[in-house]
Design a protein around this ligand. Structure first.
Ligand SMILES: *[C@@H]1O[C@H](CO)[C@@H](O)[C@H](O)[C@H]1NC(C)=O
Ligand SMILES: *[C@@H]1O[C@H](CO)[C@@H](O)[C@H](O)[C@H]1NC(C)=O
Ligand SMILES: *[C@@H]1O[C@H](CO)[C@@H](O)[C@H](O)[C@H]1NC(C)=O
Ligand SMILES: *[C@@H]1O[C@H](CO)[C@@H](O)[C@H](O)[C@H]1NC(C)=O
Ligand SMILES: *[C@@H]1O[C@H](CO)[C@@H](O)[C@H](O)[C@H]1NC(C)=O
Ligand SMILES: *[C@@H]1O[C@H](CO)[C@@H](O)[C@H](O)[C@H]1NC(C)=O
Length: 204
């Protein structure tokens, strides 16, 4: 019974994700890294060119009053049922690409390499590949899941927040940068350059 209840909850959550219109937009914020590595702690992420209309999240310098860093926004749905307010509502992380004669709000989606456990967050014009994220009560960006496949059989669980962010040297179509990445699963990233970080939003 319990299993079916959770399964239905996750099904409905998925359905509402698919149908949701993420049009309630937050104020702009910076994305700041928290890390045990002093090189990254307190630094801001910068949108960086990874292709036509495609941006990644590159490492930048320390966030301070004089440095002008990229700002991002969080688009949520006004009719989402928030499973756990402490972990945060899910929605799209967005970045406004400014062109010569256009502004385009782009959503972040993870770009997966099936051969690796390291995925690359990219902002792209279409919401088709968008990956919902959330900001918890401490402003830390997370990705939520209902499925625990580390047990047999894989089991639907209460919504759980994961914080599997890393800064790594990435290579997307020849663009080699130090960027934010996401590691799939609980094991360490196979990319040896990766350094664990937390990503916190700080309103501009
Ligand atoms: C985010 O919300 C704003 C305001 O509704 C909208 O203009 C924009 O297109 C949305 N962005 C995305 C990527 O959905
Ligand atoms: C990282 O920065 C935060 C906030 O500036 C600080 O509280 C924390 O002690 C720093 N952590 C390390 C490991 O330096
Ligand atoms: C602010 O950060 C930038 C980039 O890291 C650095 O060049 C600049 O010196 C910093 N300014 C202050 C006042 O700390
Ligand atoms: C829409 O977003 C604003 C700004 O973050 C927030 O104050 C408001 O409660 C949201 N409205 C709904 C219906 O979620
Ligand atoms: C929300 O998640 C936190 C962290 O996992 C947990 O401690 C808390 O009990 C959850 N709250 C609800 C209402 O499920
Ligand atoms: C894009 O947004 C900026 C900042 O809000 C604004 O100054 C500019 O006019 C916009 N450009 C277009 C083409 O709408």
């Amino acid at each position: 019974m319990k299993h079916t209840t959770f399964a239905l909850a996750s099904l409905l959550a998925l359905a509402s994700t698919a149908l949701a219109q993420y049009t309630n937009q937050s104020a702009p914020f910076y994305l700041v890294l928290l890390s045990k590595d002093g090189k990254y702690n307190g630094t801001a992420l910068e949108a960086c060119h990874e292709g036509a209309g495609i941006e990644g999240l590159c490492t930048g310098g320390l966030l301070n009053t004089t440095a002008g860093y990229s700002t991002f926004q969080f688009n949520t749905s006004s009719n989402e049922f928030v499973q756990n307010a402490t972990l945060g509502a899910t929605g799209y992380l967005t970045y406004e690409l400014r062109g010569g004669n256009f502004n385009e709000s782009e959503s972040m989606g993870l770009f997966y390499n099936p051969a690796s456990n390291v995925a690359l967050p990219l902002f792209e014009p279409s919401d088709e590949n968008a990956t919902p994220v959330a900001f918890d009560s401490e402003g830390r960006m997370n990705i939520q899941s209902y499925l625990d496949d580390t047990v047999t059989p894989p089991t639907d669980v209460k919504v759980t927040a994961y914080y599997r962010w890393y800064v790594c040297e990435s290579n997307y179509e020849g663009y080699t940068y130090e960027t934010l990445n996401w590691v799939m699963g609980k094991h360490k990233p196979e990319n040896p350059s990766c350094c664990q970080v937390n990503v916190v939003r700080q309103f501009a």
